[in-house]
Design a binder for this molecule. Sequence first.
Ligand SMILES: [Zn+2]
Length: 437
Amino acid sequence: MKMILTAGLAALMGVCVQAQTLDTAQRQLARDVFQQLIETDTTHSTGSTTSAAEKMRERMLQAGFAPGDMEIAGPSTKRMNLVVRFRAEQSDAKPVLVIGHLDVVEARRSDWTVDPFVFLERDGFFYGRGTQDMKDSDASFVTSFLILKKEGWKPKRDIILALTADEESGGENGVDWLLKNRRELVDAAFAINPDAGGLVTEHAKPVEMDMEATEKVYADFQVSASNPGGHSSRPVPENAIYEVADALGRLERMPFPTELNAVTRAYLEERAKLETPARRKLIELVLSKPMNQIAAAQLSADAGYNATLRTTCVATMMQAGHAVNALPGAAAANVNCRILPGHSPEEVRQRLVAIFHDPRLKVEFKDNDGSLHATATERAAIAPPAAARGRDEASEGDYAGDVAGNSGGSGDGDGGERFDLHNGCGHPELRFQRHGN
Ligand SMILES: [Zn+2]
């Protein structure tokens, strides 16, 4: 792995020393791939990951990958994945899998100051849907494969690149589909997924390289109320909108409890060193046992720290009422939760019921396909073990031979997405960018 990272992927991650190894043509190639991906609509509603997969396959073919080492496969015509195998000369070791999703979050033109599907460079930034999540990384992978293949380089074990569908939304998650239907294509010793963590810069200097040890579990819940309705000229106490609004107000005022695990504790210890003295003090108080809750509340004013310290649940959508002059017969809101390892969606659903504290309300689990269920799964993500320090060579035994899957949707929110194209060396460069799920 070290070989790949230094020869290819890291070079495209914008590691300063490596940036100099890319010549002009290689930089142009990286940019072209990036542009092609950005300008291929891969949203769930109107886009097609198949289209992006075919374009990348064509580039791989031209670079010399054998047709038999590539496969476009998936559950439906618009949700195909591309899997490319970079063959080792000869190796008994299990392959390494690198995964990146091709799909992007929906992007409404009216929410953006520029066209989200036109690749634009302006004032030191790239603009376009997917510039951060995660066509930048996809472009890094593809370009690395193209360059290394053309150079005649051979890995010490097979490297599999899987560019996948439906990570952000929809029920046809590419990683899930591949694992269930074409496991042989992606079977590997371990997987690298740059869809989280990455390099954090301050004043153009890299200060932090985040790696993800586990993920919060994604879950949607619907809280709903219904009552007989009536005419708005004769209001009655029962009002579905008030009932749901009250519940959401309670949710806003009652955050989930703080909790640290071995990894978030180690992360905060390291992170504190990079913070201002005041912030560092707050983190130290949060790390004290028992945790200082006043400090935790202050630190939680930062959305990133808040999400690190607790399970979060937030209202994201509402539907209610049917006429301006009628009492609402129904109201419903979507509550989106990101659940800390060690806790199940059902546990969180029950906590929401307790927070809402209103037996008139229904609190249901909403599946990826939109279907509603009275209860959620009891399955919890495993809390991660403490990070092992000082290990730089990964051995297969450390990784349980499993594949890290993409999980629930990561949202970029609205208002656009852009990518800072200046790395620490001051050159335009593709690099990994930190972004939250
Ligand atoms: Zn992503």
